[in-house]
Design a protein. Structure first.
Length: 303
């Protein structure tokens, strides 16, 4: 996935926490990894700094450039640990590489604004699950951006294959809205979940794809979360992708079209989502043709 700039997106009574998302669950059974290196020389994109290991445990290795205040680790390490353990519990299984190694979380002060992910499949970042973000004043908690980038790691490996066939449809931030919201709920961060829910559901929180005025969270992802098992609807989606969608070796070989996306998501939701998709995104004739063809080409996906 190419490098991107993170654009900051500027529980009501319906906020029901699924049992699967409750806190207090045991951490996933993961073999203790080798200690991370004390320094790490960047060699990707325009990054060329020597990073220092700020802190670590068996779940997270936290790396700072020389301008990041060491005190930032006081909130970053505990939050990232809880968040990544929740992601591993939720999306990790014997068929993927979610539990294979630590999360490597890199932070830059005053440079490399935005962020990018990398995964254990990628030589570019030394075959590690990486969130690399730039910002300012890392001593102030910035939950949203660090959670956002880890969601891309999940997106790229949770299916047991490398790649995100839906990225061309939902783009950089739409699945992240589902993921961030669910993480906040799953970790019991009620104030953050409420604030995020309100912002993502606001009338002016719209996108121009796949049509003008699209409300991805309000009209698509939150109804899926609310009505079809919370995060488990996406767990099932990734599992179906890994089982049925074309791949070459360890990587998916192409992207989903809209009809295929709705078909796979319908399988994950265990109900036909054509009506929900029509309300959220519209349903032009070519989408109907794609949907019909997808049901013929992937008959193992039922609902």
């Amino acid at each position: 996935m190419r490098r991107r700039t993170f654009l900051a997106t500027t529980l009501a009574s319906a906020l029901a926490v699924p049992a699967l998302a409750r806190t207090g669950l045991a951490a996933p059974a993961v073999r203790a990894p080798e200690p991370p290196p004390e320094t790490w020389q960047e060699h990707w994109f325009e990054h060329s700094e020597e990073l220092r290991l700020a802190d670590h445990n068996d779940t997270v290795a936290l790396y700072f450039d020389r301008d990041v205040d060491q005190a930032a680790s006081e909130w970053l390490l505990p939050y990232l640990t809880s968040m990544w353990q929740y992601a591993q519990r939720t999306y990790g299984n014997s068929g993927n590489r979610m539990n294979e190694d630590r999360l490597y979380s890199i932070h830059h002060e005053g440079k490399h604004f935005g962020g990018h992910p990398s995964t254990v499949y990628d030589e570019s970042h030394d075959h590690r699950n990486v969130s690399d973000v730039g910002g300012t004043d890392w001593t102030t908690p910035q939950y949203e951006i660090v959670t956002h980038e880890t969601g891309h790691i999940v997106e790229l490996i949770a299916a047991g294959k490398h790649g995100s066939p839906a990225f061309g449809l939902w783009g950089d931030s739409k699945w992240m809205e589902f993921y961030i919201y669910d993480v906040y709920v799953g970790l019991g961060m009620e104030a953050e979940a409420q604030d995020f829910f309100d912002r993502m559901s606001a009338d002016d929180h719209v996108d121009d794809f796949p049509r003008e005025g699209t409300h991805w969270f309000r009209d698509w992802f939150h109804p899926l979360w609310r009505d079809h098992g919370g995060a488990q609807v996406m767990v099932r989606y990734f599992a179906l992708l890994g089982e049925h969608f074309p791949a070459s070796g360890d990587s998916f070989s192409r992207e989903l079209n809209w009809g295929e996306f709705v078909h796979f998501m319908s399988g994950a939701a265990e109900t036909n989502l054509k009506e929900l998709a029509t309300g959220a995104f519209g349903w032009p004739d070519d989408r109907e043709q794609q949907f019909t063809k997808a049901r013929q080409e992937f008959p193992g996906i039922t609902y």
